[in-house]
Design a protein. Structure first.
Length: 250
């Protein structure tokens, strides 16, 4: 079994007096793709933002056997964590190439001058970005913008890549293409924590999965087991009668 890269224990996130995520126990191992699925408002995106240090949290976050008492963006980036947010947040008036170079800026600032090599690796994953390297990001299609957002994150050479709803707004064929690329990241030694509302697509590429409902883990297991679990099929895969939330399932 591969070593544990990220571990959350009793991990909770609050907005003022409202607890959005509570008591989450989650593990991502090296070279593993782990997905978090669940309905809108379950706390999936909040969980990723808190892990990245964008929101305050409580509980224990351990990264590569080092406990990080107060996660911050700087600390997480320094330890090899990248986040691709739901809105992608590209610089629309800048070229594809310049957006990618910005993704490698942290490494450049630290004296690591491997941006050209990293860019070639990104272009190998996304040949379409090479073809459009001089185009402004705002002129790309939705799928190409998602590829650019992921490519920019990979420029930082992360050990853990966190993706927030990468299929959002994309046509089914493009969703498949993007998620197949995500699956291929294992070969680069990148672990992935994938938040996704398209449960079927996420379970098909992941190794393990967690179901988040009302801010808590309702169910977890291997992705293949959950893909064939009647509760998941009824509730999330659109087959059969919609079940009650899993949190109240015995």
């Amino acid at each position: 079994m591969n070593a544990t890269l990220l571990q959350l224990r009793n991990f909770s996130v609050s907005y003022g007096a409202v607890q959005a995520v509570h008591g989450v126990e989650l593990t991502v191992r090296e070279g593993e793709i782990v997905t978090v699925i669940g309905p809108n408002g379950a706390g999936k995106s909040t969980l990723l933002c808190a892990v990245m240090g964008l929101l305050p949290s409580s509980g224990t976050l351990t990264l590569d056997e080092h406990t990080i008492p107060r996660p911050s963006v700087e600390a997480m980036v320094a330890r090899g964590v990248s986040l691709v947010p739901e809105r992608r947040e590209l610089f629309g008036e800048m070229s594809v190439e310049d957006n990618l170079l910005l993704g490698g800026f942290w490494r450049w600032r630290k004296g690591q001058r491997d941006q050209a090599q990293r860019m070639q690796e990104v272009y190998a994953l996304f040949p379409r970005l090479r073809e459009r390297c001089a185009q402004e990001a705002s002129t790309l299609s939705g799928g190409e913008r998602q590829m650019l957002a992921i490519g920019r994150a990979l420029m930082a050479k992360p050990r853990l890549l966190m993706l927030d709803e990468p299929s959002l707004g994309l046509a089914p064929l493009i969703v498949r293409e993007v998620l197949e690329m995500v699956a291929s990241l294992r070969q680069l030694g990148v672990s992935v924590l994938l938040v996704e509302q398209n449960a079927r697509a996420a379970l098909q590429v992941a190794d393990r999965a967690y179901v988040l409902e009302m801010g808590a883990v309702a169910l977890s297991g291997t992705a293949q087991a959950l893909l064939h679990d009647r509760r998941i099929i009824d509730t999330y895969l659109g087959i059969g009668k919609k079940a009650e939330p899993l949190l109240v399932t015995p």
